[in-house]
Design a protein around this ligand. Structure first.
Ligand SMILES: Cc1ncc(COP(=O)(O)O)c(C=O)c1O
Length: 370
């Protein structure tokens, strides 16, 4: 099989050869084997989220992660409803954009990109506006790598009887996501982040009561989660052509997650990756955007060196030519680039990336204080 580049990105990200190989066959969407596969994948997702039927249901949906966010927002907020969106990065802002497109009244609750969402501020906003029926928050804000305190946010939301949507796109499968403890109404993720499947499959774990109440409420047919659940419940089938190869890959990826020791063991590997990255980048005088206390093992934002001879496009291209793909920044307050440490990456891959970075830097960067 052709060797691909190593992706140090938040997705698409590097997958194992065995996950790629799982896609090398065709499978009919009504075949008993495929229907059993879908059942098994749904059950495993519930297990990872620490919840069970009949309170919760897991739903695969065709599309990238954004499709799951858009669908879940539509299920969460009834027509005429109001949604509070906690925003401390690009993905919080995207939730607001997806909600507004569905003509949902959005009340943004803004925080700095380098600050976690404060549950007390969310509580005060909910108290000030009894019409706010739901809250949406991003767990790991992948634009910076910062992890928001979902447990505390879930508590203030639950106590006030409001609904909660957690965008756990880049955290589910590695960082703890105890949906049962949070009692969140819906969690969304993608097959192609910490679960290490391939792109093309969006995943939702939601309370059945929410999905049943959302019947007839969807603003769009293909993202109607109540209908998607009804189809899966009725005959185990997707309503429209399912990404069969992506599901085969996810089935294999979930086996590999279990073989690795589950989300805790995967998190430990990502932590080792990030520790190796931070140590090496510090030696090369790169500075992180976030202070050490806010860094997460998912992805790290580094400040662009402020030197006239450093050109990010040339840096990116030189690394890509050596087989290492990094990621541009996505924050507004500072000029940054990002390096992901999730996916099929191991400390040896990080060491190889660091050697390549040292090789392609124009000149060693001068050491500067934080
Ligand atoms: C937290 C978060 N939400 C939403 C998305 C959007 O997912 P996608 O690009 O798969 O549509 C991402 C992608 O990285 C993300 O990290």
């Amino acid at each position: 099989m052709a060797e691909g580049k190593l992706l140090f990105t938040p997705g698409p990200l590097s997958t194992t050869e065995t996950v790629k190989q799982a896609m090398l066959r065709d499978l009919g969407s009504r075949d008993a084997e495929f229907l059993a596969l879908v059942r098994q994948v749904r059950a495993t997702l519930l297990e990872i989220a620490g919840v069970a039927e009949p309170e919760y249901a897991a739903l695969p949906l065709q599309g990238s992660g954004t499709y799951a966010v858009e669908a879940a927002v539509g299920a969460l907020v009834p027509r005429g409803g109001r949604l509070l969106v906690a925003q401390n990065g690009a993905y919080g802002q995207r939730i607001a954009q997806l909600a507004r497109a569905q003509e949902i009244a959005v009340v943004p609750c803004d925080f700095a990109e380098t600050q976690p969402v404060d549950a007390a501020v969310i509580a005060a906003a909910l108290d000030a506006d009894p019409q706010l029926g739901a809250v949406a928050v991003v767990h790991c804000e992948t634009s910076t790598g910062l992890v928001n305190p979902v447990s505390a946010i879930a508590e203030v939301t639950r106590c006030r009887g409001r609904r909660l949507l957690v965008d756990a796109m880049s955290s589910f499968g590695a960082l703890p996501c105890p949906l049962g403890d949070w009692q969140a109404d819906a969690l969304v993720t993608s097959a192609n982040k910490c679960l290490q499947g391939v792109p093309g499959l969006a995943l939702i774990v939601a309370k059945r009561s929410l999905l049943v109440a959302a019947q007839g409420q969807a603003r769009c047919v293909s993202l109607d989660l109540a209908a998607q659940l009804a189809g899966l419940d009725r005959d185990g089938q997707f309503r429209f052509t399912p990404p069969t190869h992506a599901l085969l890959a996810l089935q294999q990826a979930l086996r590999e997650l279990a073989d690795e020791g589950g989300p805790g063991a995967r998190l430990a590997r990502y932590q080792k990756n990030q520790q190796a990255l931070l140590a090496g980048m510090q030696k090369l005088a790169f500075q992180t955007l976030l202070p050490p206390s806010l860094l997460s093992p998912i992805i790290t934002s580094f400040r662009m060196p402020s030197r006239p001879d450093f050109d990010f496009s040339a840096f990116y291209q030189a690394l890509s030519e050596r087989g290492f793909v990094i990621y541009p920044g996505k924050v507004s307050l500072a000029d940054c680039f990002r390096i992901g440490t999730i996916g099929n990456l191991h400390p040896r891959n990080i060491e190889a990336l660091l050697l390549a970075i040292a090789e392609v830097l124009p000149n060693p960067l001068p050491t500067s204080p934080r």
